[in-house]
Structure formats: C-alpha cells, structure tokens
Design a protein around this ligand. Structure first.
Ligand code: R1X
Length: 244
C-alpha cells in the first residue's frame, strides 16, 4: 500500500526507522548503509532504505515541528515500523552540556500544540526504556564528548514572538534542553503501540543569557551529529540483535 504523504510502499518499509528533521541529514545517514536506495522525496519527507550490520532499516526526514513530523511518524508506523529513533539537534539549558554534547531524551515536556490535540493533559511523552538504554550505550562508545540522558522540552516556537517562553522554569524543573519534535514522536508511538527513542546533538544554548552565540553550523556540531548518527545506527543493530 502506498502511504499518501511519504509516498512509500508498505512492502518496502522494514521494522526499524531512524528519523531526522533535515532531508540532507537523512541522505548522510543513508550513506552509511549497504544496499541503500532512495524510496521517495515527497515534500520535506525523504526516505531511504538500506542495511546496517545486517539489519534493514528506513531513514526518513520529518521536517521542522511536531505536526509535520507526526505525519511522518504515523505513516512509517502504518507502513510497519515498530522502532523509531529520532536523530536531531536541540538547544541546551546547561553550561556543562555545551554545543557538541549528546543528549538522549528520556521524556519530553509537552509544550507543543499537536499532542494537546491527540491526548489529554497529563498524558506523558516518554521514551521506550530499552531504546534509551541502547542509545546510551552506543553513544558512550561513539567517541569523545559529553553524553547525558534526561528530559527535554518540545516547543512549537523557534523564533520568539511577544509571548515569553518559560525556559528558566523548564530548566529549573530539570530539562536538559529544547527541540521541536520529540513529544510528537513519543505520543504517536505510545498511541500506536510501538517503541521510540531520541538522541539530540546540542547546537547551542536555548537559555536567553547564553543564546547570543547561537551558530548551529560549526565543526563541533557536525562532529556531534556524526557521533549521534553512529550511536543511532549501532543502537538499531543492538536492538535487532536482542530480538534474534
Ligand atoms: O527540533 C528542532 C528543529 O527541528 C531543532 O532544530 C530544528 C530547527 O532548526
């Protein structure tokens, strides 16, 4: 069956998928696969399939923001994906988790509008614990650099308007950083009974006092993205190994 938005056929989609915002990053991840082929490039959703350490997986870009990303997650799941890992970027709240650090998101604070229209207030957006553990292990093995796990915030806002985003409160409550899609991933995965996890490379500081130096296009961030890609691919291999 053809998925209407991703434009991929169900029979081509394996049970594992790595998802990322940027179609160019999807291509970069796909470049590390054997027997790789591109299935479709529809809107912001670019999908590849291939094999890593003997495991078939899909790689799809989901664009920026929860509503569009949720379309991607939903169609991948309808097509047969059972494990989704987001490989993304996020802004940090903590000086000791600077640009170049990796964070594995155990849960997302739901400040987005999308999940409010899917589930009631109080419904948690949580990662699968086994996927989280596999990501942590593989991230620590993926080279030098800070690796942390903890809560992240999912916002809809990227550029501020006139309303204040309460970053200081999220930080005080224990969030490590902020991005724009993980809550959608965890809620859609929970609703559809599949497992999901996420790893993000910190690309600067979201906190207002530290945000002045924001530049996501640095070598430091590029190296962290390489590490998180390796971590996600090896997590997929480890998770598939456990199932065999
Ligand atoms: O998740 C956020 C969004 O997709 C992080 O980076 C993007 C915006 O640059």
């Amino acid at each position: 069956m053809l998925m209407p938005i991703l434009q991929v056929n169900t029979e081509d989609i394996p049970p594992y998928a790595i998802v990322c915002g940027d179609p160019k990053r999807a291509e970069k991840i796909a470049g590390k696969l054997e027997d790789m082929r591109e299935l479709a490039f529809s809107r912001e959703y670019r999908t590849f399939v291939g094999t890593y350490k003997g495991v078939r997986l899909a790689v799809t870009s989901h664009g920026v923001g929860s509503p569009g990303a949720a379309v991607c997650f939903e169609e991948l799941i309808r097509a047969g994906v059972k494990t989704l890992i987001r490989v993304g970027t996020a802004g940090s709240y903590h000086a000791d988790v600077p640009a170049g650090s990796l964070v594995i998101s155990t849960a997302a604070i739901r400040t987005d509008g999308l999940t409010r229209q899917l589930v009631p207030d109080g419904f948690p957006a949580v990662a699968d614990s086994r996927v989280t553990e596999a990501l942590l292990q593989s991230a620590m093995a993926a080279g030098e650099g800070v690796v942390r796990k903890g809560m992240t915030v999912t916002l809809d806002v990227f550029f501020n308007g006139v309303e204040e985003v309460p970053h200081q409160k999220y930080k005080a409550a224990g969030a490590l950083g902020v991005e724009m899609e993980i809550a959608a991933l965890y809620v859609v995965a929970a609703l559809r009974g599949v497992r999901a996890g996420a790893i993000v490379a910190m690309d600067g500081f979201a906190d207002s006092d530290l945000a002045a130096e924001y530049d996501p296009n640095t070598d430091t961030v590029a190296r962290a993205v390489e590490r998180e890609i390796a971590a996600a691919l090896n997590a997929v291999a480890a998770l598939a190994d456990e199932e065999n």
